[in-house]
Design a protein around this ligand. Structure first.
Ligand SMILES: Cc1ncc(COP(=O)(O)O)c(C=O)c1O
Length: 453
């Protein structure tokens, strides 16, 4: 059998390895089938910044590729990299001299750590609570329910107001004897809006609750948008009452995955973060966050990109993102049947609105038809909308996106529904999906999908 044929249908380890040449050929072939760089600039799939940013990140990653950050605790250089990254991050959130932070693998782990610290704090300060709950707007990221599930915390989601923001009055009304904390977003994934965190901070202080701010997607771009005079409501430690913040370096910080941060107002909160273990034969086991082994490479690459761009570079990047966003927003404004809403930051949504002749555009068909043209976009279901994660984009690709959107919308209005797409976050599952996903979806019936975690 040729090297090529042998590897077409791999169900077990090949008896002999492939040559480097053949391996590269196959990897190139697989990579060519991935979403194109151009399309990635509007979907969170491949937030990468500009090409030269990517080169800096890749080179730093490769240099530190072999190191396990679990075991580099005696290495001065590793400590320097981690300390400097975290200090730079804290300063972006007005952490002051009291702020403390930890590195994690992503938004999910950062949020897990925040909820864990919140629960441990509540156990220490109000031990009578045995069924802890947090209150949050409906728009909060889904991973809060997942992480809270592992921690035995109930997430109570309160409907957002008509402005799609956390409804602080309703949240206040829902506070009860089991409430240990509040959570809000800066900005929320589905709506791209920063919740009224200042009002929630006051509420948290008044009721002595922990307030977590999820700035996973916005944390490393909002400070730079502010420098460009964008109006961004308060969300960081300058807001009284904020106890912790999650912010992903591997999104708009341009670090490679996995790389995120969990930031605490002070050691008063961070002391509840750690889980030291001594009950085993090797002495103290203490890890930075939830993960054990983890790559030093992604932190080194974060260090590299932060030092390469500096504040000026991140501001310039934010300026380019705002320019792309503005051009798409203007173009959508000209398309009969589509509209956007104002957002704080780099996310933007495109929804349907009644056409001048009274007809309407099926936004799911627009998604499907855009996908058929190579634009792999995510969606929002309530209300139905395309979800764009804007990254700096070449003008040519941007104009292509706009031209395709105009063309596709016109065809959908004429009744073309041949490419019905899905706005469901998990709706990408299809015959091409990996086995784990197909199996997982098969195990779940309607009742399970609706279960209260
Ligand atoms: C606001 C927000 N929070 C949390 C997350 C989860 O982050 P991760 O996928 O890195 O776990 C995301 C991911 O998009 C997000 O946008």
């Amino acid at each position: 059998m040729s090297e090529n044929a042998q590897n077409r249908d791999l169900t077990h380890l090949p008896s002999t390895g492939l040559s480097r040449r053949e391996l590269d050929r196959q990897l190139d072939e697989l990579q060519a089938q991935m979403t194109s760089e151009k399309a990635g600039k509007l979907s969170v799939n491949s937030l990468k910044g500009r090409a030269e940013i990517q080169r800096v990140v890749e080179s730093a990653y490769v240099k530190f590729f072999p190191y396990n950050a679990l075991f580099t605790r005696q290495e001065k250089a590793a400590a320097q990299i981690e300390n400097q990254v975290l200090d730079m991050c804290l300063s972006l959130f007005n952490g002051g001299s009291l702020g403390c932070a930890n590195l994690t693998s992503g938004g999910t782990e950062s949020i897990f750590c925040a909820l864990h610290a919140m629960r441990q704090w509540a156990r220490a300060t109000r031990p009578q609570i045995t069924e802890p709950e947090i209150l949050a707007p409906y728009s909060l990221h889904a991973t809060f329910n997942k992480t809270a599930h592992f921690l035995g915390i109930k997430v109570v989601r309160i409907p957002v107001g008509e402005d799609l923001l956390a409804d602080v009055d309703e949240i206040q009304a829902a506070i009860n004897e089991n409430t240990i904390g509040l959570a809000a977003s800066a900005p929320s994934w589905p709506y791209g809006l920063v919740d009224p965190i200042e009002a929630m901070g006051k509420l948290a202080q008044h009721h002595e609750l922990w307030l977590h701010v999820d700035a996973c997607v916005g944390g490393y771009i909002l400070p730079f948008m502010r420098k460009l005079d964008c109006t961004i409501p308060g969300y960081d430690f300058s807001v009284a009452g904020v106890s912790s913040i999650s912010a992903d370096l591997h999104k708009y910080g341009y670090a490679p995955k996995p790389c995120s941060t969990i930031l605490y107002r002070s050691s008063e909160q961070q002391r509840y973060h750690y889980v030291p273990v001594t009950e085993w034969p090797c002495g103290l086991y203490l890890s930075q966050a939830f993960m054990g082994s983890r790559p030093l490479a992604s932190t080194a690459a974060a260090w590299a990109v932060m030092n390469y761009l500096g504040e000026r570079g991140y501001v310039e990047n934010a300026r380019q993102i705002l320019s792309v966003k503005d051009k798409i927003q203007r173009a959508v404004g000209e398309i009969d049947g589509l509209a956007t809403w104002e957002t704080h930051g780099p996310l933007m949504m495109i929804k349907a609105e009644p056409c001048h002749d009274g007809s309407s555009v099926n936004i799911e068909s627009v998604t499907g038809a855009m996908r058929a043209r190579g634009w792999v976009l995510l969606g929002v279901m309530e209300p139905p909308a395309l979800h764009l994660t804007v990254d700096p984009m070449e003008e040519e690709a941007l104009q292509q996106f706009i031209a395709d959107l105009i063309d596709v919308t016109a065809k959908v209005r004429e009744g073309d529904s041949s490419a019905l797409g899905s706005l469901n976050y998990g709706g990408a599952g299809g015959s091409q999906s990996p086995k784990w996903l197909l199996n997982a979806l098969a195990y779940m019936d309607e009742a399970q999908l609706k279960q209260d975690n």
